[in-house]
Design a binder for this molecule. Sequence first.
Ligand SMILES: [Zn+2]
Ligand SMILES: [Zn+2]
Length: 572
Amino acid sequence: MASVESALEYLDAVKKANTSEPWRYNAFLDILKDFKSRAIDTPGVIAKVEELFAHDPHLIAGFNVFLPPDYRIVEDGQRSGPDASQALPSIETESSDDGDDGLESDGQASVGGPDGSIPLFDTAVEYVKNIKETFAEQPEVYTSFLALLHGYQQQTKSIAEVYADVCQLFASHQQLIHGFVHFLPSDQAPPASTQAELRLPQPAVHATAPLAPAAFEPTPEVMAALQSASQVFSDAERGHLATLWQASDPSLAVICAAYANDQDMDDLVDSLRRLLIYEQPAVTQSTLGRSIVTVNVCRAGWMAAVGVAVVYTGAVDAWLEASWLRLSTSEDAAARLFRLDSFEPILATVSFLVWLGMYYVLDNVLPVAMTRPFRIHRTAVSNKAWVIESTGRAQELLAYLMPLVVFDLCFQRRAGKLMAAGKCPSLWRLVGQVLSCLLVYDALFFCCHRAMHAVPALYKLHAKHHTHALQRAIETVRLTLVEQAVDVACSIVAVNVTGAHPMARMVYVPTITLLLCDLHSGYDWPFSLENVMPGAMWGGAVFHDLHHRNGRLHFGKFSKIWDRLCGTAAPS
Ligand SMILES: [Zn+2]
Ligand SMILES: [Zn+2]
């Protein structure tokens, strides 16, 4: 069977050869559509193509890419093939009572479980359709499921991780959790009766056993559906599609089979788009089509800002010292707030609300056309999802910060610390202290994060954060209570270990909350640190997005140092 690339090349060739007679290209698409919907059979489609392209034997010969292996047109117009009266092979997969999964030998697409023994292809197809219908109002859930399935089949996540993610994703739909057992190797599926209570699989001995790729032998109908659908895709998307095709991706097979017979292509196109998100290599700005000129302009902007700070260092130092004196001694409202024991938790809460509000406006208020060019994934972005899924997040945000406030109210201690703090550091010392806090936080978080992915029992605490593969700023606070505590503890340790001055801590809090929101925002701004910093040592949103999709790479949030040292950075 020809590759999807050669079929797409052929389509381009047809278009180019008929620029003066565009009706021919349209007529060809109609013939393809009829072929796809089985309104005409293979000998019929050959006859029509020969008639349409009678003036161009090359185009007739090129049509072979669409034909089943048994058929072939040679350049002088002859054709070979089985008896012309033979009907096309049926696309419907027959489910056989003996559980025979010999679908591959029938020329049918096959989705195999990791050990190649499961499941029945139509079970998988029905399951995927069921999820799309169940979550019609929450397309993000369907996208995330495809991500899980894809990650599972690409071996980027262990079976325990995948199953934990499925339990989180379908928390309120037990039957979908049960249904997923069909995708698990039989020796690792928890017994159906205990599964609901367990919620998570017992760590299995074979949890990291290699997953064998399943065969993908598309029928002509699936092939034709794919051809028609891919016409609306960009070149980059076609490239990713070709990658999936060449890798015989079982998710691709399931989706094509699920929607190949639909009258319109909407479901197929939509599902393919959602699947393709996980093929986009999230590596450099160049993959996002980011112009190097734009990045250099942003870089120059940052350098200019640093230059201005250098020129006015003396003035800024004097202003910092005066501000510190006022905040630590004056009786005005701002100074009294600054000296409150709960000042830092309050600052963190307000910062989160401000930054989340900013990203909310970007995602939901500004025209999509304006923000989409800066999105890491420019397709399948539903702004609505932000609103639906933000329900209940206010409580999560409060739960994130409440313990700190309570702690501060119980242990009065800030006054003494402020007294002992001494002079305000100079501008560059202060910047150095803030950077040190960020780096220490990052190193601590890296260790905790890696442990959470490595130990199945700990992953249960982290799975919630991995439920949704497509990122929005609100995902920053999608954490279990334990994770929230770990995250805050990393920050507290960082500011204390580095001995940061209260003024530096006051800068650190809004800075780290902004970076955390940006990390999950799904945006790749040309002025982001990861784009403007030389040496590619800063991770940021693009790489954290990769972590959310993949689960085995990029455990660091900000710096890439630890991932480079531990071999968990994406190959560049
Ligand atoms: Zn995250
Ligand atoms: Zn993670």
